[in-house]
Design a protein around this ligand. Structure first.
Ligand SMILES: [Zn+2]
Ligand SMILES: [Zn+2]
Length: 394
């Protein structure tokens, strides 16, 4: 199969730029949802069904196969939210929302989804239904899990699902993935220490939580270095400390905020057990009260082995991309919740830029959009057109 676009790829670049201007936080993607719906409504509607869930959208393109013959649903998912980052790209189409930016490439992901939707609608019906999932709140608090539980998705539950994430480190035209764990288990880590405040010059009458917090942070570093299997790896990062009010007052409260990343559920359990032990130790040593909150937890992105092999083989055979088998990354992604329930695969899409994801100057190459559209479109056609039992029976 070769894939020729039915629409000038500049259309999708323009859509990306319009989406880039309006980044919004999770579950507040109101303008984004309106822009997406506006475009979706401009397509031929005969075979399309649209549902909304909160700020998300589901678009189903009906296939030609009969239900009796086992018509399936094959799905492609994009995330739609931005990040609380002040943009510094200097783009003419830079964010118009102060303090927010599409710094994780979700604007490209959406443009690719709109492109693949257009390409699917513009062709003769495939055998199976094709479902496009526009999922809110990937960066937090997490849209995938509640979306999977939503009424809107229950009778449209896909039989196969895939998704991509742009990768600054790979050239345009390349995809990278691996069977099994691609992205980490990720959870937040919030620890609050409560002691007794007082005058800076009378420490014996107080119970200093700055000192307790400093010891706790140091001890947390021993978990990855001394408890976790070094061949497995893990991350415990404290990214924010809040405590104290003034130089001459002993702080009665310190809050540490961070994240935990591991590559297995067993490692997460081990890391949490050790955090709890270390925190109990600090509590005893500094006679304070401590509480731990893990907040939102994203399970790992675990690629189905057979689906990963099929994607890589199809892509290479049809010259749709250079394929790389990559290592697992400590990135978190709530697409893991889809893969927990539905067989499928996620992959990196080369977007070739020097900045990392979540960087204020992130400038992925826009050529990645046309590449993504043809790759996703061709793979949807493959999965929906020839993979189903119904198609073989025809
Ligand atoms: Zn991100
Ligand atoms: Zn992302």
């Amino acid at each position: 199969m070769t894939w020729t676009s039915t629409v000038d790829p500049q259309t999708y670049i323009n859509l990306r730029r319009r989406l880039h201007e309006i980044p919004e936080p999770g579950f507040k993607e109101f303008k984004t949802q309106a822009l997406l719906l506006d475009y979706i409504h401009s397509l031929p509607q005969e075979r399309i069904e649209i549902r909304t869930w909160r700020t998300g959208i589901l678009v189903k393109v009906r296939g030609a196969g009969s239900e009796a013959a086992g018509r399936r649903i094959v799905a492609y998912r994009t995330d739609i939210d931005g990040l609380p980052i002040e943009e510094q790209t200097g783009y003419a189409f830079a964010s118009q929302h102060p303090g927010y930016m599409h710094a994780c490439g979700h604007d490209l992901h959406m443009a690719i989804a709109l492109g693949a939707l257009t390409e699917t609608v513009n062709r003769e019906p495939y055998q199976d239904d094709v479902l496009f999932i526009f999922q809110p709140a990937e960066e937090g608090p997490g849209g995938a899990k509640p979306m999977l539980a939503s009424e809107q998705l229950q009778d449209w539950m896909p039989d196969f699902i895939f998704a991509l994430h742009i990768a600054p480190g790979y050239p345009v035209g390349t995809i990278a993935t691996r069977p099994g764990t691609l992205f980490a288990h990720a959870s937040m880590l919030n620890i609050e220490l409560i002691g007794r405040g007082g005058h800076a010059a009378v420490p014996q009458a107080a119970n200093d939580m700055i000192v307790a917090g400093a010891h706790l942070i140091t001890q947390l570093q021993t978990i990855v270095s001394r408890n976790v299997d070094p061949t497995e790896g893990a991350v415990v990062t404290i990214g924010k400390i809040t405590g104290g009010t003034k130089a001459n007052i002993i702080a009665d409260r310190v809050v540490l905020e961070g994240t935990i990343r591991t590559l297995s559920a067993a490692s997460t359990a081990l890391v949490r057990k050790r955090i709890e032990a270390v925190v109990r130790g600090v509590e005893a040593a500094y006679e304070c009260k401590a509480s731990i909150d893990y907040g939102a937890h994203y399970i790992h992105v675990h690629n189905d082995e057979a689906e990963t092999a099929e994607l890589l083989q199809f892509t290479a055979e049809h010259g749709l991309a250079e394929t790389v088998r990559c290592e697992a990354s400590m990135v978190g992604e709530d697409f893991g919740f889809f893969l927990e329930r539905i067989p499928g695969v996620m992959f990196w899409l080369g977007a070739d830029c020097s900045q990392e994801l979540h960087h204020a100057e992130l400038q992925p190459k826009e050529e990645a959009i046309a590449h993504g559209v043809s790759l996703v479109s061709a793979y949807l056609a493959h999965k929906a057109g020839v993979a189903g039992a119904a198609y073989e029976a025809r």
